[in-house]
Design a protein around this ligand. Structure first.
Ligand SMILES: Cc1cc2nc3c(=O)[nH]c(=O)nc-3n(C[C@H](O)[C@H](O)[C@H](O)COP(=O)(O)OP(=O)(O)OC[C@H]3O[C@@H](n4cnc5c(N)ncnc54)[C@H](O)[C@@H]3O)c2cc1C
Length: 390
């Protein structure tokens, strides 16, 4: 059920190798991490030790220099395991999150920032979303004020995942007031800032699932960032960020497919084994057909993921495909997880079988990093040429 026939021999080997690491961490490990809200350090270390965090990083900083396709294959396989979204999220930002540094960072910045991320000795988080701006990025309010060789950042971020563990935050902040810029997204600047706890209060958000990987409110009060930690030009932060948006969506889509496939395989196993009314429940079409639908929807969405990744790797525009992949994958995966819970009946609701955890986690892929509504707005406007609606 992994669509492997579309892959090269090297890509198949990659999936097999990463799968061996992923499968060392089973249900007990992840259930405990979820119940105790503990970051999966052992897991993240195992991935780092295998050299996998640098899969898509340039070779001159110690990465493997492979493409987004390989990164998507890896993230799909990591999510298609007992770890599901928690596993993928624990290392997600290392894989492509620092892409703006790869594209816009100076040689010196790349040498300084990327090797520790690849080695797993430093962790990063991603601070874009703000409580008062939501999806309207042009309304971001966090300010960065230059004072000689430093900037001072003040404001609030919300949902910043892994901030409890992170050493640095890739953060976007306003360097010119919104009234003074031609477009609301102008005047934003990107920084890879040290997460100095004396200037940033990090408060965990109590959330629905993926408890092993924290998401947080950040209260930032005068965080000092050296000028040499600014990524790209002042006022060009949104443009820098845009470069990473499509890969981010493609990777989240791949992770959603992984979670969906994991749920489907658990449902199928149960449907074969559980006997009610003298036969396996999987012998009933009422059980079979929805699972068959899940398989078809996941496979179709996976083709869109691979297509979007291939376009990206070929340097071609992929906005429509990346957004569609994220939408289709998240919707298909959500349906598969919900169906898995229903297939297991009462046991679907029990933590022991793991599918309720998958259902809680897969919802993240629908909401973030962009909602299904906004994806439809994008397709309507940019692909179909309809008037902008928001
Ligand atoms: C678990 C989790 C982890 C996250 N991690 C990070 C992270 O590490 N870093 C980070 O920066 N962010 C992170 N996010 C934030 C995430 O990217 C945002 O939640 C997401 O982009 C949606 O923004 P919002 O929550 O502000 O929704 P809002 O902008 O408040 O929108 C609310 C709802 O209204 C709908 N809506 C708004 N405008 C329109 C319109 N014009 N037409 C139709 N519908 C509309 C939206 O689609 C959405 O359903 C995370 C979120 C979650 C849940």
């Amino acid at each position: 059920m992994t669509g492997v026939s579309l892959l090269t021999e090297d890509q198949n080997s990659l999936v097999e190798a990463i799968g061996k690491i992923a499968d060392r961490f089973g249900d007990d490990y992840w259930r405990k991490a979820d119940e105790t809200a503990s970051f999966p350090h052992e897991y993240a270390r195992a991935i780092a030790e295998g050299g996998w965090l640098g899969i898509a990083m340039p070779e001159n900083v110690g990465g493997a220099g492979l493409g987004l396709t390989e990164a998507a294959l890896m993230m799909e396989r990591l999510a298609n395991s007992a770890g599901a979204m928690a596993a993928a999220s624990s290392i997600h930002i290392n894989i492509f999150g620092l892409h703006p540094v790869v594209v816009f960072g100076t040689e010196q910045q790349q040498q300084r920032f990327l090797p520790p991320l690849i080695a797993g000795t430093e962790r990063a988080c991603f601070g874009v979303t703000e409580p008062d701006a939501g999806l309207d990025t042009g309304r971001l309010k966090t300010m960065a004020v230059r004072d000689g060789d430093i900037y001072r950042i003040t404001g609030r971020k919300i949902w910043t995942s892994t901030a409890q563990e992170a050493d640095r935050v890739l953060i976007i902040a306003r360097t010119s007031p919104v009234e003074a810029t031609p477009k609301p997204t102008d005047g934003l600047t990107l920084f890879y800032a040290p997460l100095d706890r004396s200037k940033v209060e990090i408060r965990a958000i109590h959330k629905m699932g993926r408890h092993a990987v924290d998401s947080n409110m950040l209260f930032i009060d005068g965080l000092e960032v050296p000028v040499e930690d600014r990524i790209g030009e002042e006022g060009q932060g949104f443009r820098c960020l845009l470069h990473g948006l499509n890969p981010e969506r493609i990777l989240i889509a791949a992770e959603a497919i992984g979670v969906g496939r994991q749920a489907l395989s658990r449902a199928v196993t149960y449907a074969k084994e559980r006997v009610v009314f003298g036969r396996p429940i999987g012998q009933n079409q009422g059980i079979q057909h929805p699972l068959a639908e899940n398989w078809m929807e996941l496979e179709a969405a996976w083709l869109m993921v691979l297509r979007a990744a291939a376009l990206y790797d070929a340097g071609q525009p992929c906005g429509a495909e990346a957004n569609s992949a994220k939408y289709l994958a998240a919707e298909a995966a959500f349906k598969a997880c919900e169906r898995a819970v229903m297939t297991l009946g009462g046991m679907g609701y029990a933590a022991e079988y793991g599918v309720e955890r998958l259902l809680r986690e897969v919802l993240i892929t629908r909401i973030a990093p962009v909602s299904p509504e906004l994806i439809k707005c994008f397709i309507a406007e940019r692909v179909l040429g309809l008037p902008k609606s928001y």
